[in-house]
Design a protein. Structure first.
Length: 62
């Protein structure tokens, strides 16, 4: 993770040689890089069920 922060500070990209391809934001897949014991790419961290709970909340109420 530290190397990714350093790479980001230097170049604007957190990509390093020691990690899988960091996905660019895509609103359809919501792909993200999961920093765990092994770096993996996964989709939709929050989940549709959690997002749908906010659909009826007025924007000015947040």
């Amino acid at each position: 993770m530290r190397d990714s922060f350093i790479a980001f500070a230097r170049s604007g990209s957190p990509q390093t040689d020691a990690m899988p391809e960091w996905p660019q934001h895509d609103p359809k897949t919501l792909a993200y890089l999961r920093f765990d014991s092994k770096l993996t790419v996964a989709n939709d961290f929050v989940g549709e069920e959690h997002r749908s709970a906010w659909e009826d909340v007025p924007v000015d109420a947040v």
